[in-house]
Design a protein around this ligand. Structure first.
Ligand code: 13P
Ligand code: ZN
Length: 270
């Protein structure tokens, strides 16, 4: 059996969460990441019959029966993941229609997966229906996106259009736009269900006055998605109080659609 700490998915998870911390997106225990793994991938490093503990999830997700996830632990600091991955991360397999998670590795201090596990798992279900290649759900607290939810309308079309107008690349990276939830109590099945519903039409979901969720096919792509939205929000927070002299017009957005072969969300451009 190979050493799990050398597994490419583990190395990538450690690098990505460290990078998220370095970007200031994950203060204290803020943020959480889940990466779906193939059974064959896991079996190279772990005896998949050796279940350390079974942890109830508190929700039902039959679509995820038998699926494996590498997930950050609740209350754990991203800052520390690189130094103690086996304490701050865990690998679980969902069973009993998703009602139970079998721990195969990690959470070595007796811990468990993130309190946002419902939002992660329900979002995986929603995104897999849109794109079978989806593997990652990522949540964090980037300052400018968060700040924007205090001063900008939460109307999804307006929020998306503002971000698209802030940097030329935004519409290319997230042509499906950004969906927005009002403030809701975090760590609940309700916010999980609401997030998953929003994930049906976009890979980015803002949690007002809290943070953002992103989904994608790998850790790099999902990080880049949030990074780009956060850059747009940063420009917005730099200029929102100044007179606007120039912008990216809808006509220019249409040129970007053509050049980069992307289709902006229906009805969002004139
Ligand atoms: P966890 O420590 O449970 O992952 O929670 C962090 C967080 O960002 C809650 O939204
Ligand atoms: Zn959070």
């Amino acid at each position: 059996m190979k050493d799990i700490l050398t597994a490419p998915f583990m190395v990538e998870m450690i690098r990505t969460t460290t990078n998220m911390y370095d970007h200031g997106w994950d203060e204290r225990n803020g943020g959480n990441v889940s990466l779906m793994l193939d059974e064959a991938q896991v079996a190279e490093y772990l005896d998949i019959k050796d279940v350390l503990r079974t942890i109830p999830t508190g929700f039902i997700a039959p679509e995820l029966e038998g699926k494996y996830f590498l997930v950050t632990g609740t209350g754990k600091y991203f800052k520390n993941i690189q130094y103690a991955p086996d304490v701050n991360l865990g690998i679980v397999r969902l069973v009993d229609k998703g009602e139970q998670a079998e721990l195969l590795w990690g959470y070595a201090d007796g811990g468990k997966f993130t309190s946002e596990f419902p939002a992660h798992m329900m979002s995986h279900v929603a995104r897999l229906k849109v794109n079978t290649e989806n593997r990652v759900v990522m949540h964090c607290h980037p300052a400018n996106l968060l700040a924007m939810t205090y001063v900008h309308t939460l109307d999804e079309k307006e929020f998306t259009r503002t971000l698209w107008q802030m940097c030329t690349e935004c519409i290319v990276v997230f042509p499906d736009g950004v969906n927005v939830l009002p403030w809701m109590l975090c760590g609940t099945n309700e916010i999980g269900e609401a997030t998953a519903e929003k994930m049906r039409t976009a890979r980015l979901v803002v949690w007002s006055q809290h943070g953002i969720y992103g989904a994608g096919k790998d850790l790099d792509e999902t990080f880049g998605l949030i990074e780009t939205a956060e850059k747009g929000a940063e420009i917005y927070m730099k200029i929102a109080h100044l007179p606007l002299v120039n912008t990216i017009t809808d006509e220019q957005m249409h040129q970007l659609e053509k050049r980069f072969d992307v289709k902006a969300r229906e009805g969002y451009l004139s």
